[in-house]
Design a protein around this ligand. Structure first.
Ligand code: PNW
Length: 447
């Protein structure tokens, strides 16, 4: 074996509620911002939506059985907030509380650990109608929602993840408009980011007071930035701004209790309205966490760009091969990122809560799905994770995104990240070659 991982290393798969559950109107579920957003023509590239997706709501046993048969050790999933609170707050829906209890119980019964994300982007539309993440009052709503889940599932969850990628919730949702709720306002994105981070802090604080057995952390998506032209000083500065906006705006307050002042000064000069950070806010955000979840797929190749307000930086490419998501395969950036995180934050533990590749897989005449590109991607990225572990970065686990193909947000059902193939007509699940390959990796605790 070329890469052997530490004995206590944990191998998992990851999923998220809106992407797999379907059953969008069943058993009293309220509307989410993704239900609203995906039903508006033009928002989703292939005109699909998550109304049915993988029908995980009715077929979760099949998926859990399959994961178990592949030897998976940790199953990551998320809770749909509008299932639990159809109006975002107030009356809770007992049927949904029971649904997730059944799922979590079933995962445990099959001998796997559970990783539960509280928020993976499907906000109750009712809360969006009051401003969503831009409204400071959402912090209180999130706290109530979190405490409800801690009380209901406290003994069933091994790893709690407060938020999945607050960068995407704020910047893709409020600035780029690619994700729900689809706004194009940079200052709104910053306000949303601040309230997301406060929500994380308030949930961790509440969790600590409850004396539960699991661990709690947050999942951030970070990318290692590189100047497009290594020797160009303007590109170098642009890459640093990108780092501050994408990585440090979220990592610094959570891990150090500060915001990157240099970024705020720069943005202020650009006319951006900075978030309303009040006394005690940063203290609230800066709660000790048990692990830092990291999602990483690609690197940021950055060039200075006078036309790109407000950061005056834009993304370009290195000319490397890309996956079918159009994302460049740059495994070394995973090593550089992990060592940067370690040097900057010294988190107690890091769990790679997502990494993977989109490939347009096809089925051979014999029924096999030969996703060799995905296997190649995973091999190379895991090699770099291993190198970081060897160099002392405390990576304790790795979860493949995704278990089954699913609803890939703005790209719809046509972009396939799964190690298990989904036939959306028949709902048949077929493990791809990568699933059998991953089974070996788990069995050998390495590759
Ligand atoms: C992550 N980007 O999303 C999410 O956590 C998953 O739900 C998603 O399916 C997966 O990565 C694959 O995309 C991202 O454009 C979506 O930078 C978009 C971006 C990054 C992450």
């Amino acid at each position: 074996m070329e890469y052997e991982f530490p004995k206590d290393f944990e191998w998992g798969v990851a999923t998220a509620s809106y992407q797999v559950e379907g059953a969008w109107q069943e058993d009293g579920k309220g509307e989410s911002i993704w239900d609203r957003f995906s039903h508006i023509p033009g928002n989703i590239v292939d005109l699909t939506n998550g109304d049915r997706a993988c029908d995980f709501y009715h077929r979760y046993r099949e998926d859990v059985d399959l994961a178990c048969s592949l030897g998976i050790q940790v199953y990551r999933l998320s809770v749909s907030w509008p299932r639990i609170f159809p109006n975002g707050r107030g009356e809770k829906n007992e049927k949904s509380i029971e649904f997730y209890r059944n799922v979590l119980n079933y995962i445990k019964e099959k001998g796997m650990k559970t990783s539960l994300t509280l928020y993976h982007w499907d906000l109750p539309q009712k809360l969006q109608d009051e401003g969503g993440w831009c409204n400071r009052e959402i912090v209180e709503d999130f706290k109530n929602y979190a405490v409800t889940l801690f009380e209901a599932y406290g003994s069933l969850v091994d790893y709690w993840i407060t938020l999945n990628e607050p960068y995407c919730s704020s910047f893709l949702g409020y600035w780029k408009g690619e994700h729900a709720p689809g706004y194009h306002d940079y200052s709104m994105a910053l306000a949303a980011a601040h309230h997301l981070l406060m929500s994380h802090g308030t949930a961790v604080k509440a969790y600590r007071s409850m004396g539960l057995p699991g661990k709690i952390g947050i999942t951030l998506n970070m990318n290692q930035p590189y100047p497009a032209d290594i020797k160009n000083e303007e590109d170098q500065k642009a890459a640093e701004r990108m780092r501050m906006q994408n990585n440090q705006l979220f990592g610094d307050p959570v891990m150090k209790g500060t915001y990157p002042q240099e970024l705020f000064d720069f943005l202020k000069g650009q006319g951006v309205v900075l978030p309303d950070v009040r006394e005690g806010d940063l203290e609230l955000i800066h709660q000790p966490i048990d692990f830092l979840g990291l999602n990483n797929y690609f690197a940021d190749i950055v060039k200075a760009d006078d036309g790109a307000w407000p950061l005056m930086a834009s993304l370009t490419t290195k000319g490397l091969p890309v996956t079918d998501a159009g994302w460049e395969v740059y495994p070394e950036s995973m090593y550089d990122l992990l060592t940067w995180i370690q040097d900057t934050y010294q988190p107690p533990e890091i769990i790679i809560t997502e990494n993977g590749a989109a490939c347009n897989d096809w089925i051979n005449s014999d029924g096999r799905i030969e996703d060799t590109n995905r296997i190649d991607y995973l091999k190379r990225y895991l090699g770099e994770v291993h190198r970081a572990v060897k160099d002392g970065v405390p990576v304790k686990g790795y979860y493949v995104w995704c278990f089954t193909d699913n609803f890939e947000w703005a790209w719809g059902l046509s972009r396939r990240f799964g190690i298990v193939y989904m036939d959306y007509e028949t709902q048949k699940r077929t493990p791809k070659d990568s699933a059998f390959w991953y089974k070996q990796v788990v069995e050998n605790n390495g590759l």
